[in-house]
Ligand binder design. Structure first.
Ligand code: GLU
Length: 372
């Protein structure tokens, strides 16, 4: 059996079993499964929610008791997470400790992952923890995040983490058996989708939006996570958090939950980082440019039809088809949005003349482009 690097995401509803406090027994069962994975030779990274739930539990408040004013909500959540994060870790430390397995806390924000240098730094830390036989337990650094720098949900965070550590499998545990053809809580005819090879609009509409008020991730964020991870060459499995032996079964290739197949060509580490970055803007390109990108060529200004949003030179931007409907690539731009607007549609010779022959004549060089 091959030995895999596995990222396991456990959400608040699994950790609390739908109640207002952490379910230590469930945590023990989950830890036991992860220990079993390690004993089979796999490496395990845990992405755990539950900081806010643990904060509420400790302070004796319920989700409905949160402040009504929007401005007060963020600091309140930060406070809850600050109270609860250490308690969450303490609970994990206790249950893993029963198997004599050590754990390490890693708190991240999107800002830690969107800068290439910081991304590599986070990667080094996580890999060092794994190399020492310790289980890294990752969560968003909720106590210090602002709207701008947060990932916002641990489904997406787990995909980013899987990307950072070059995982083979991402297991997202949830309170359902996987992705169904309709919401199984409302539609008894809904059936489980066992395998997904392509995440399309039909699947997105099936996934709908979040319905639980305990965590923040619904099926929609799980699908976003699966989208990012599979594009990075990582298999993703959605499985029920209560299913006995789910993790070991998934690692052994058993038919459990919904399995999203990784895309054939796994990008390298730098390309993965480009894929994982949240883009500030993008461009629409004509058919010729789209074909050139498909062949692995650079994106030239001549093929750009429109510039979308505001971005700086060096930012990761999205490249869409002419109608702006399909994202075809992501890449690091050599121009700001203002420069891109000025050079849009211009031939390379004109661009060179305009720029005095100094700057690059392309908008995104082939080395910095990742097809999606
Ligand atoms: N980071 C949040 C917490 O620990 C949870 C985010 C989520 O559930 O997706 O409470």
């Amino acid at each position: 059996m091959s030995q895999n690097r596995i990222v396991v995401k456990v959400g608040t509803s699994t950790l609390t079993d739908g109640t207002h406090h952490l379910n230590r027994r469930r945590m023990l069962e989950l830890a036991q499964q992860m220990v079993q994975l390690r004993e089979q030779g796999h490496e395990v990274v845990l992405v755990s929610s539950g900081a806010m739930a643990a904060g509420r539990e400790h302070l004796g408040v319920t989700p409905t008791q949160r402040p009504k004013k929007a401005a007060a909500l963020m600091p309140y959540k930060q406070m809850l997470a600050a109270v609860g994060q250490s308690r969450l870790m303490m609970a994990w430390e206790q249950v893993f400790g029963m198997f004599e397995v050590k754990v390490a806390q890693v708190l991240l924000t999107r800002a830690d992952l969107s800068d290439r240098h910081r991304y590599l730094n986070a990667r080094e830390a996580l890999l060092a923890i794994l190399a020492h036989g310790i289980v890294p337990i990752v969560n968003e650094n909720d106590a210090v995040v602002t709207e701008e720098i947060r990932v916002g949900d641990n489904d997406n965070l787990s995909a980013l983490v899987a990307n950072v550590v070059d995982a083979d499998i991402l297991i997202i545990l949830t309170d359902q058996d996987g992705l169904f053809t309709a919401d199984p809580r409302k539609d008894p005819a809904a059936t489980l989708i066992h395998e997904v090879s392509q995440i399309d609009d039909n699947l997105r509409s099936i996934a709908g939006v979040s319905s639980t008020n305990l965590g923040v991730g619904g099926m929609a964020t799980k699908l976003q996570a699966a989208d990012l991870a599979t594009k990075s060459g990582i298999a993703v499995v959605l499985a029920h958090g209560k299913r006995v032996g789910a993790m070991v079964g998934v690692a052994n290739g058993e038919k459990i939950g919904t399995r999203f197949l990784p895309q054939a060509s796994a990008p390298d580490s730098r390309q993965r980082w480009i894929l994982s970055d949240k883009t500030a803007g993008g461009v629409r390109v004509d058919e010729g440019a789209a074909q050139a990108i498909a062949k692995g060529k650079s994106l030239l200004h001549v093929g750009v039809r429109a510039v979308l949003g505001k971005f700086e030179r060096g930012a990761v931007i999205t490249v869409c088809d002419d109608r702006g409907e399909v994202e075809i690539a992501k890449g690091i731009t050599r121009c700001s949005s203002a420069e891109a607007i000025r050079l849009m549609g211009k031939k390379s010779t004109d661009v060179a003349a305009l720029l005095g022959g100094e700057a690059a004549t392309w908008l995104i060089h082939a080395d910095d482009l990742v097809k999606i």
